[in-house]
Design a protein around this ligand. Sequence first.
Ligand code: SF4
Length: 290
Amino acid sequence: MSIRIFQTGWNYSQDGPGNRLLLHFQGCNFDCPWCSNPEGRSVKGELFVRPEHLDSGVCPHGAVSPTGLNRKICRGCSTRECLNQNRNQGISFTATEYRVEELLQMAEESVPLFFDGGGVTITGGEATLQFEGLISLLTGLKERGIHTALETNGSHRDLERIMPLTDLLIFDLKHWNFPGVRDVLKNSGYHVIGNLQKACSQGINTLARITVIPGFNSSTRDMERFADLFAFFPHSDSLSLELLYFHSYGRPKWEAIGQTYRGPETEISEDQKNEYKAIFESRGISIIST
Ligand code: SF4
């Protein structure tokens, strides 16, 4: 069984405890206009261009010129010399296929680096789109005693099957109002709230993470509805809540895959952050704010 990955890397204590190996699964079922990893959205993968390294010599079909890459020509190209015999840094392909055994070996070899309670974090894209591969990988990691974290948008109908395989479920909650935001996300998110409720009621160690996006989920009313939602869930030590704030660091990557950035132009102010914190605290809900 194989899994498509668009990026591997490391971080410390941002997506789970300790030092962690991150595996970004290719493909997503949401269409968030502010996505900070747009190269991971397509299920098949994308040609990723670094203009400063682009060289017309990599393409025998005339798709590369001083103005950039003509992707219309690439769409009909089955030989893809730019990725095979003429490889250079100017064009790469985001998706790489790994066998599950290869990923498990990568994790095993990384065990000495999993200090301070670290392990493997699986993120995306949306990892549950490669559901059976994900289950196989998580099972193998658990068998090896490696700490597992899964970051998900919570939309998969069978997410419950995966919950026992995760030491930490990072539940990326886009909005309180599913399916009301269907037009923005291009997905009804029908199972999202139910899945979060199941994780809470089953005592799954869950970090609910709200990324606050200007104009999408950032109004006072939005925060009150989020707080109402969390006040409704069973209170337990297994659930914590984090607010992250939108940034546009991923913007250049939209150009690199030949698409137009459609996200916000503004950021969340310090006054707004303080207001959000007060709304949650007034309902007895403490938040991690980053
Ligand atoms: S995908 Fe084909 S047409 Fe496009 S740059 Fe590569 S070789 Fe040229």
